[in-house]
Write a protein that binds this ligand. Structure first.
Ligand code: AHR
Length: 513
């Protein structure tokens, strides 16, 4: 063999090895679970400018609105197909008295929002505004009741006010006087929030007793489907909390267990949202990957007490958390959103899909102007973040049949640390279209991936890509479209195999016909 031929062979072989490093195998024969669309849920708290200035501008005539709700925001969220929206908190929920925020606005009781900056909360946005808005969005409301600072009776009255069909109590009379005769039939009810922390610093045993009491007293009414009661789960790897709630709550009282996980570098040094090093990026990715272990371990505990998986695991707060933007109120949690956040979103959604036998709802924190938002507003202006685009690209998976995937991935290496570089998930929708979502978290290396389709017959592949020159890039009010999905040309189909060339730090969604 001449030197030239062996050199060429070596190049070919190294190319082959590169291709062989990343492999994704789809197994349609094992598909049995549906990706619940509620995995694409959102979370809106009375915090900073999420509600006021974000969703709601009240009487402001210069910003087009419907009864105070911004029309630009409504339109953008409808395109996302938001299936469920959690409200009014968060920690705020455990200070919230819903009766302060109904009826004529001039008579509503202002309170101090002592959790988030001590600002005046005039209660202009209350139960009616929120539930009407959910109807316009086509989203199911998810209400969090005040267990920390409220009473069982308040929670019982709230259920009756929003769900009771006819006028057999003063609460339904009141609802009618306030302009709403038919009930909203709210299904999802969170009983407390982070009760191990801002919701009362309770022990797991104490919380369980409280939960049992609330869950018993909060009755459903004849013409509703029945309440879906969600208990507080852990926000750290405290599996003892999960064990206590699952083992000590009667099965018929609990429908969901909520967990929270934020991708934070370090709670006392969170770092800038836009000006970050590769080391900080790596740490964020490592925290995002931690979701996989957190869900696996919580599911294992739940399986012991609920092997039929009747109780849903609900990730009702997730996302990246950094320092606030310079000059903004530290209590308002306003942060920009870069390609790093797009990576968190794509990776987390893939993890949720692959756990959809147990994970049946997730709520990104938070929809507008707070933490990993999908929308940022500045007076009359509005921008869509990279996270918005990932959630829009991925929403083809809503209510589709999850196709199990086996991923063999190369490592993303930084110094002496490594992470799995490629993550994937797949589904088949009711029209027979197969979608595959791929994320490459490696900051500098592109990935060649072989995807084996097994029994799936496909004749054409198209795709959409989210990528930018730098992982620190973001959309701003002066450059609104710097990051947006573009058509992806890096996939080719040959026989039962797909070959994909995935750029560094990118998200791709493929569609097979
Ligand atoms: O999303 C911000 C806060 O984070 C929520 O209010 C609380 O539940 C969590 O600690």
């Amino acid at each position: 063999m001449t030197k030239k031929i062996s050199f060429l062979l070596a190049i070919l072989l190294s190319g082959h090895l590169l291709l062989a490093q990343n492999k994704v195998v789809l197994d349609l024969s094992k598909a049995k679970d549906t990706i619940n669309k509620n995995i694409y849920g959102h979370f809106a708290e009375h915090l900073g400018n999420c509600i006021y200035g974000g969703f709601y501008v009240g009487e402001n005539k210069s910003i087009p609105n419907r009864n105070g709700i911004r029309l630009d925001v409504l339109e953008a969220l409808k395109k996302l197909k938001v299936p469920v929206l959690r409200w009014p908190g968060g920690c705020f929920a455990d200070t919230y008295h819903w009766k302060d925020a109904i009826g004529p606005k001039s008579k509503r009781k202002p309170i101090e929002n002592f959790t988030w900056g001590g600002v005046r909360e005039n209660n202009a946005f209350g139960t009616h505004e929120f539930l009407d808005m959910c109807e316009w969005l086509g989203a199911e409301p998810y209400l969090a009741v005040n267990m920390g600072g409220g009473t069982v009776q308040e929670a019982v009255d709230w259920v009756q006010y929003v769900n009771h069909p006819n006028g057999s109590s003063y609460l339904t009379d009141l609802r009618q006087q306030n302009g709403r005769s038919k009930p909203w039939n709210v299904k999802y009810w969170g009983v407390g929030n982070e009760s191990w922390d801002c919701g009362g610093h309770m022990t797991a045993d104490y919380y369980v007793n409280e939960f049992r009491k609330y869950a018993t007293m909060m009755t459903s009414y004849s013409n509703t489907e029945g309440l879906f009661r969600i208990a507080v789960g852990p926000g750290t790897e405290d599996y003892n909390w999960t064990e206590t709630v699952m083992s000590k709550t009667p099965a018929k009282r609990i429908d969901g267990l909520s967990v929270h996980h934020y991708s934070v570098i370090n709670w006392s040094a969170k770092g800038s949202a836009t000006d970050f090093s590769e080391e900080q990026y790596f740490k964020t990715m490592s925290e995002a990957w931690r979701m996989e272990r957190f869900l696996t371990k919580n599911s294992e505990v739940m399986d012991k007490y609920d092997p039929m998986k009747k109780v849903a695991l609900i990730v009702d707060e997730w996302g990246g958390w950094y320092n606030v933007e310079p000059g903004s109120n530290p209590a308002f949690l306003y942060q920009q959103n870069t390609m790093r956040d797009a990576m968190i979103a794509g990776l987390s959604l893939n993890i949720f899909h692959n756990h959809c036998d147990r994970v049946r709802m997730a709520n990104l924190a938070q929809t507008i102007n707070v933490l990993q938002a999908v929308i940022l507003t500045s007076k009359e202006k509005m921008i869509l973040t990279p996270t918005y685009h990932v959630m829009e690209m991925y929403n083809v998976h809503q209510d589709a049949l999850m196709i199990p995937v086996t991923v063999t991935s190369s490592d993303y290496v930084l110094g002496d640390k490594k992470l799995t570089a490629v993550s994937a998930s797949a589904s088949k929708d009711k029209n027979g279209l197969v979608h595959i979502s791929l994320v490459n978290i490696d900051a500098t290396k592109e990935q060649a991936i072989n995807i084996s389709l097994g029994d799936i017959k496909a004749t054409a592949v198209t795709g959409r890509l989210l990528h930018s020159q730098k992982m620190q890039d973001y959309n701003s009010f002066t450059e609104t479209g710097k990051i947006k999905p573009v058509s992806f040309q890096g996939a080719s189909l040959s026989g039962g195999e797909l070959r994909v060339q995935l750029p560094a730090c990118s998200v791709v969604v493929l569609e097979l016909k």
